[in-house]
Design a protein around this ligand. Structure first.
Ligand SMILES: [Fe+2]
Ligand SMILES: [Fe+2]
Length: 271
């Protein structure tokens, strides 16, 4: 089914948010309608440098971004914008997993297109909400950390699944409940309602990371926990940040022993 992968490629190589969403939704709808996804054996994969992003927002290192304080109007605007940026990156991240790794079962492609479609929904909800702050996506410089991990893991599916859904996305499960508490304390029900939808969907996204990492490990006859921590060590070089939300991570497929090991490695605790 070459057409499906052409649509994914178009979504990845577009630098427009509207086009990225249009092609992502078309790819998702097509994947849902198909009884079978037959991946052509000779499918050519464009280099990851062909994946494009909008010219704005500017990408800057996280350390150069001002701290966002939820108490002020400007702080809230930056906060919503920052999450919109994460969600836009998440569209490309999910698409890239579906695009870059060949020879997987058809459900693999369906699952990651389902995730990409969810991320479009998250991004659009936040863009709509940004309007109430007189702001649109692209107006505020944003951090550059997410896509960098996709580039580093472009040729290694085990590293990609370990670091993108099971580390970067899983961080959302840890930090979002506290954000929700703050928003609810401020009676900001509009922002809280969006974050609640996102949080619930993200459990599924991380669970897909677990499911497919399990699959690849089983196929290769290796043990998931061992390779997960080898990759965490290799790519994060000890920069592991907790605390971890155990109940949500357990729902997303983390084992108790994985969580205990993550807690042991938590940089904040090691000092
Ligand atoms: Fe999301
Ligand atoms: Fe996600």
């Amino acid at each position: 089914m070459l057409e499906l992968f052409v649509l994914i490629e178009k979504a990845l190589s577009s630098s427009s948010t509207e086009e990225t969403i249009k092609f992502t939704r078309a790819a998702f709808t097509l994947s849902e309608d198909l009884d079978r996804i037959l991946e052509p054996n000779d499918r050519l994969i464009a280099p990851i440098s062909d994946v494009k992003f909008p010219a704005k927002p500017l990408w800057v290192p996280q350390r150069d971004l001002p701290r966002r304080r939820l108490g002020s109007e400007a702080g809230k605007r930056s906060f919503i914008h920052a999450i919109a940026h994460i969600e836009f990156n998440a569209i490309k991240l999910a698409l890239d997993i579906a695009y870059r790794f060949k020879g997987m079962p058809e459900q693999f492609y369906k699952d990651w297109l389902y995730v990409a479609n969810d991320e479009c929904k998250h991004f659009l909800m936040l863009c709509e909400h940004l309007k109430t702050y007189d702001c649109k996506y692209g107006d505020i410089p944003s951090h550059d950390g997410l896509w960098g991990m996709a580039v580093k893991t472009e040729s290694d599916i085990i590293a990609r699944l370990s670091l993108v859904p099971r580390y970067l996305e899983a961080r959302g499960l840890d930090v979002t409940p506290a954000m929700l508490d703050k928003l609810n304390a401020q009676n900001d029900t509009a922002s809280a309602a969006i974050l609640e939808v996102i949080l619930e969907d993200e459990v599924t996204h991380v669970a897909y990371g677990t499911k497919w990492l399990d699959f690849v490990c089983k196929e290769q006859g290796i043990q998931r926990e061992g390779v997960f921590f080898e990759n965490i060590d290799l790519y994060l070089k000890g920069q592991i940040l907790g605390p971890f939300n155990r109940p949500l991570r357990v729902r997303a497929g983390f084992t108790e022993s994985e969580l205990t090991e993550l807690e042991r490695l938590d940089k904040r605790k090691i000092k």
